[in-house]
Ligand binder design. Structure first.
Ligand SMILES: NC(=O)c1ccc[n+]([C@@H]2O[C@H](COP(=O)([O-])OP(=O)(O)OC[C@H]3O[C@@H](n4cnc5c(N)ncnc54)[C@H](OP(=O)(O)O)[C@@H]3O)[C@@H](O)[C@H]2O)c1
Length: 194
C-alpha cells in the first residue's frame, strides 16, 4: 500500500481492525504513517487506550458500529444492545433525542471520527443531527461507565486454526502495552477525554 502513495495514486492509506500491538509492529517498519485506524467503537466497547495510542501516533481513530450494530443483534439479546441500555435511554430522554443520537454525540464529544450506517433516510437525517446534541459532564461520566469492554464483532472468520478471540485481538499484549504520550500531545485537548 505504501507503493500506491509513492506512485501518487493515493493521498493517504489507512488501517482497519488494528490493535495497539499490531499498529506498533507496523510502525516499526512503516515509511508512511497510516492516516486512520477504523475500529469497532461504541459505548460498550470504548477502546480508550487504543484511541490514546492512535492520537499520540498521529493516526485518526475512526469508530465503526457506533450504535453497537443493532441490525445484527438478536431480539432477545438485550445485554448486548447498546441502544437499549438504561443509562443511554435515560440520557436520550433528558435531551429529547434518540439513543442512537446519544451514541453518535458521545463519540463526537470524545473527539472521534464516527461512521454510523443507515439505509433509512429519516435515520440518516436524525444521525446527522447528533452534532447538535450537547452532552454535559454528568452524561459523559455515565456514558464512560457504560463501557463493558464488550467487542460485539469478533471477526472469528479471520482467526487462524486454533487461535482464540483473545489471541487474535492481542488482548493480553495490549493490556500490558504502555502508551507514552509525547508532552505536546498531552497538552492538546481536541476531544472531551483527551
Ligand atoms: N472496517 C470494518 O471491519 C467494519 C466492520 C463493521 C462495520 N464497518 C462500517 O461501519 C459502518 C457502521 O457500522 P455498522 O453498520 O456495523 O453498525 P452501526 O452503524 O452501529 O449500526 C447500523 C444499524 O443501525 C441501524 N440504525 C442506524 N441509524 C439508526 C437510528 N438512528 N436509530 C436506530 N437504528 C439505527 C441501521 O438500520 P437501517 O440501516 O435499517 O436504518 C443498521 O441496522 C458501516 O459503514 C460499515 O461498513 C466497518
Amino acid at each position: 500500500m505504501e507503493g500506491i502513495v509513492e506512485k501518487g495514486l493515493a493521498k493517504a492509506i489507512g488501517l482497519s481492525n488494528f490493535t495497539i500491538t499490531k499498529t506498533a509492529n507496523l510502525l516499526k517498519t512503516a515509511k508512511t504513517v497510516p492516516a486512520v485506524n477504523q475500529v469497532e467503537c461504541h459505548p460498550f466497547f470504548q477502546q480508550q487506550k487504543l484511541k490514546e495510542y492512535c492520537n499520540c501516533k498521529g493516526i485518526v481513530f475512526e469508530a465503526y458500529s457506533p450504535l453497537g450494530n443493532p441490525g445484527q443483534l438478536k431480539q432477545d439479546n438485550l445485554e448486548r444492545s447498546v441502544l437499549d441500555h438504561p443509562d443511554i435511554v435515560e440520557i436520550a430522554k433528558k435531551h429529547s433525542v434518540s439513543a442512537a443520537q446519544v451514541c453518535i454525540s458521545f463519540a463526537l464529544h470524545r473527539g472521534l471520527v464516527v461512521i454510523p450506517k443507515s439505509v433509512t433516510p429519516a435515520r440518516i437525517v436524525e444521525n446527522f443531527k447528533s452534532v447538535d446534541v450537547q452532552l454535559d459532564a454528568d452524561d459523559m461520566k455515565k456514558l464512560r461507565e457504560v463501557d463493558k469492554g464488550m467487542r460485539l464483532l469478533q471477526g472469528a472468520i479471520f482467526y487462524t486454526k486454533g487461535q482464540t478471540c483473545e489471541e487474535f485481538w492481542d488482548v493480553e499484549a495490549d493490556e500490558k502495552f504502555e502508551v507514552k504520550q509525547p508532552e505536546a500531545k498531552k497538552q492538546k485537548t481536541t476531544g472531551d477525554d483527551e
